[in-house]
Design a protein around this ligand. Structure first.
Ligand SMILES: Cc1cc2nc3c(=O)[nH]c(=O)nc-3n(C[C@H](O)[C@H](O)[C@H](O)COP(=O)(O)OP(=O)(O)OC[C@H]3O[C@@H](n4cnc5c(N)ncnc54)[C@H](O)[C@@H]3O)c2cc1C
Length: 492
C-alpha cells in the first residue's frame, strides 16, 4: 500500500516533520493540514516602517513570537544547511555586550542589577551576597535528593541545592524567561534535564557535576555542512528577516515538493480509528482522509479534543499552559540611551507572590542591542519587547500602555544614570497569545513515555506519532528535532 502521511498543525514542529518525512519517504504522499491561513504557528516576523519626529525613518523587524535560536540545536543548523539559509544568518557573538550583560529587576526596587558575566563580577555587590554564598556552599552540602523521587519542580530542586532565596531570585526569573511559568509548577527533569544529570554526576552536587565531563554521547546524524563553523563563539542567532525566515523557507520548500500537499485554512474537526481499523481524519470542510500514518504537531489539549472516544489517549490534558502578552515598542533614540547595553532583563517572582497590582511584566528584551543587524538605519531608534502575563494574572493593565510604560521607566531608571521619563513610543503593538507555552509539570517525562507506549499498541498500533512543544521541549530546537525524529521506526 502507498504510504499517505497526514501531518496535523503547521507550526514549526509540523513543518519540520513534513520536511523530514518528505525526504525520508520520497514515495509517500504527505498532507500538511493547518487551521489558519498561514504556516508557522507562534513564529511570526514582520517588518514595519517607522518615522521619528525629526523625520528619520527606518525599516524595523518586529517579532511577536520567538526571536532567538541557540547554536547548540544541531537539528536547526541542519535545516539552515539543507534550506540554504546560511547567508541570512545574523549572530550575537559571545564577546558582545548583548551576551555579556543580562540583568535582573528585583520587584519593589528601582533599576536593574547586572548578572555576573565574569568570575570577578561574582565577587562584587550585590552578587557577593545574592549569589556567591549559595553557590560556594552547594558542593559541600550533603546529598539531599529524597530517595525514590523521579522528578520535582524547578523551585523545589533549586531550593534543595541552593536555598529558597536563590531559587526564587534566579530560578523563577529563568523560568519566566523561557516558559513564562511559575517555577514551582515546572518539572526540572523536563525543562532542565542537564541540572538533574549534573546532580547525579556530582554525587549529589550540581556544582561538582557541572565541573565533571558529561559522558552522554550526543546524536551525530545531522547534515550540517559548514554551518557549525559560523556558530563558533556565537551566543544566540536569528536571521536578517527574523525567525520567520526558517518557517517561510520550510513552507516554500514543501510547496515545491511534488509529494507534499498543504491545506491551510482547514481546521481538523476530529480524528480516530474507524471500526474497520482505518485511520480517519475529518476536516471542518467536510472532507474525510484515510491516511496510513498521522503525525500530530498540535497542542496536546487540542489533540485531546479532536480524538474520537474509542481512540482516546492518556495525559494530553495533564499540563497547564501559559498565556503571554507581548508588547513590541519602538522609541525614538535618546541621549542618554533608554537602557544599558545588554540582552534585556528578567523579573523574579515577587517575595509576596504574584499579584494583580502591576502590569505583570516578566521581562523585557532589548532587541536593538541583541540583534541590531536586523534593522536598517536603526541608529535613531530603540526597539524593545515587553513580555507580560504567564503566572501573573492577566488584567486590563496589560493593555493599558501608560501603566506598562510607567512600570518600564521604574525598571530602566537606575539612580542618576538613565532617563527618568520614557519618551512616547512611535510604534506599539500588543499581542495576546493564549495558551502559547505549555508548562510540563513534574512527572511529565514518565507521562510521555506512557503515551508513547499507548500509541505503539491498541487501536493506533504505531500509526500515530504525537510531537510538538507540549511533548519534548518548547524551544525552537526541540520542535525541529521532534519533527526530524518522526517516522524513524515505521516499518510498513
Ligand atoms: C511569545 C513567545 C516567545 C518565544 N520565544 C522563543 C525563543 O526566543 N526561542 C525559542 O527557542 N523558543 C521560543 N518560544 C517557543 C517556541 O516558539 C514554540 O514552542 C514553538 O514555536 C511551538 O511550535 P509548535 O509547532 O510545536 O506549536 P504551534 O506553533 O502552536 O503550532 C501548532 C499549529 O497547529 C495549528 N492548529 C491548532 N488547532 C488546529 C486544528 N484543529 N486543525 C489544524 N491546525 C490546528 C495552529 O494554528 C498552529 O499553527 C516562544 C514562544 C512564544 C509564544
Amino acid at each position: 500500500m502507498n504510504r499517505h502521511i497526514v501531518v496535523l498543525g503547521g507550526g514549526l514542529s509540523g513543518l519540520s516533520s513534513a520536511f523530514h518525512l518528505s525526504r525520508r519517504y520520497p514515495e509517500a504522499l504527505i498532507t500538511l493540514v493547518e487551521k489558519t491561513h498561514r504556516l508557522g504557528g507562534w513564529v511570526s516576523s514582520e517588518r514595519v516602517q517607522v518615522r521619528d519626529g525629526s523625520g528619520h525613518t527606518a525599516n524595523i523587524l518586529v517579532e511577536s513570537g520567538p526571536r532567538t535560536l541557540r547554536p547548540n540545536a544541531k537539528s536547526v543548523l541542519e535545516l539552515i544547511h539543507l534550506l540554504g539559509l546560511k547567508t541570512s544568518i545574523i549572530t550575537t557573538p559571545v564577546t558582545s555586550s548583548a551576551t555579556k550583560n543580562r540583568y535582573l529587576q528585583i520587584p519593589e526596587t528601582q533599576g536593574l542589577i547586572t548578572l555576573p558575566n565574569t568570575l570577578t563580577s561574582v565577587f562584587s555587590p550585590p552578587m557577593r551576597t545574592m549569589l556567591l554564598p549559595h553557590v560556594l556552599k552547594e558542593p559541600v552540602k550533603r546529598r539531599n535528593r529524597p530517595s525514590g523521587i523521579t522528578d520535582e519542580s524547578v523551585d523545589s530542586f533549586m531550593t534543595r541545592r541552593f536555598g529558597p532565596i536563590f531559587a526564587r531570585t534566579f530560578g523563577s526569573a529563568l523560568v519566566h524567561g523561557i516558559y513564562a511559568a511559575d517555577s514551582r509548577q515546572l518539572s526540572v527533569r523536563a525543562a532542565f534535564p542537564s541540572l538533574w544529570a549534573m546532580e547525579d554526576r556530582g554525587w549529589g552536587s550540581v556544582v561538582r557535576g557541572a565541573l565533571l565531563p558529561d559522558t552522554a554521547s550526543p546524536r551525530v546524524d545531522y547534515d550540517v555542512g559548514d554551518i557549525p563553523n559560523m556558530m563558533k563563539n556565537v551566543s544566540v542567532y536569528s536571521f536578517t528577516d527574523g525567525i520567520g525566515t526558517l518557517t517561510g523557507a520550510l513552507a516554500t520548500r514543501l510547496q515545491n515538493q511534488p509529494n507534499v500537499e498543504i491545506l491551510c485554512d482547514t481546521p481538523i474537526s476530529s480524528l480516530g480509528v474507524a471500526e474497520n481499523g482505518l485511520l480517519e481524519v475529518h476536516l471542518a470542510n467536510g472532507q474525510k482522509v484515510n491516511p496510513t500514518h498521522i503525525v500530530s504537531a498540535l497542542p496536546l489539549p487540542v489533540l485531546n479534543n479532536l480524538l474520537s472516544p474509542t481512540s482516546s489517549l492518556p495525559h494530553l490534558t495533564a499540563n497547564p499552559s501559559s498565556s503571554v502578552v507581548v508588547l513590541n515598542l519602538i522609541f525614538p533614540q535618546t541621549q542618554p540611551r533608554l537602557h544599558p547595553a545588554g540582552f534585556g532583563y528578567l523579573i523574579p517572582r515577587p517575595s509576596s507572590g504574584y499579584t494583580l497590582d502591576n502590569p505583570g511584566i516578566l521581562g523585557t528584551v532589548f532587541d536593538s542591542c541583541a540583534l541590531s543587524a536586523q534593522d536598517s538605519d536603526a541608529g535613531n531608534f530603540t526597539k524593545m519587547t515587553v513580555m507580560m502575563g504567564g503566572p501573573n494574572p492577566i488584567t486590563p493593565s496589560h493593555t493599558d500602555l501608560d501603566a506598562v510604560l510607567k512600570q518600564l521607566s521604574v525598571h530602566l531608571t537606575a539612580p542618576d544614570d538613565f532617563l527618568k521619563v520614557l519618551p512616547d513610543p512611535i510604534y506599539t503593538r500588543t499581542h495576546h497569545h493564549v495558551d502559547c507555552i505549555p508548562t510540563p509539570t513534574p512527572g511529565h517525562l514518565e507521562r510521555m513515555e506512557e503515551l508513547k507506549v499507548t500509541l505503539a499498541k491498541g487501536v493506533w498500533s504505531g500509526r500515530l506519532e504525537v510531537i510538538g512543544a507540549g511533548v519534548r521541549g518548547v524551544s525552537l530546537g526541540d520542535c525541529v528535532e521532534s519533527g526530524k525524529r518522526v517516522g524513524e521506526n515505521w516499518i510498513s
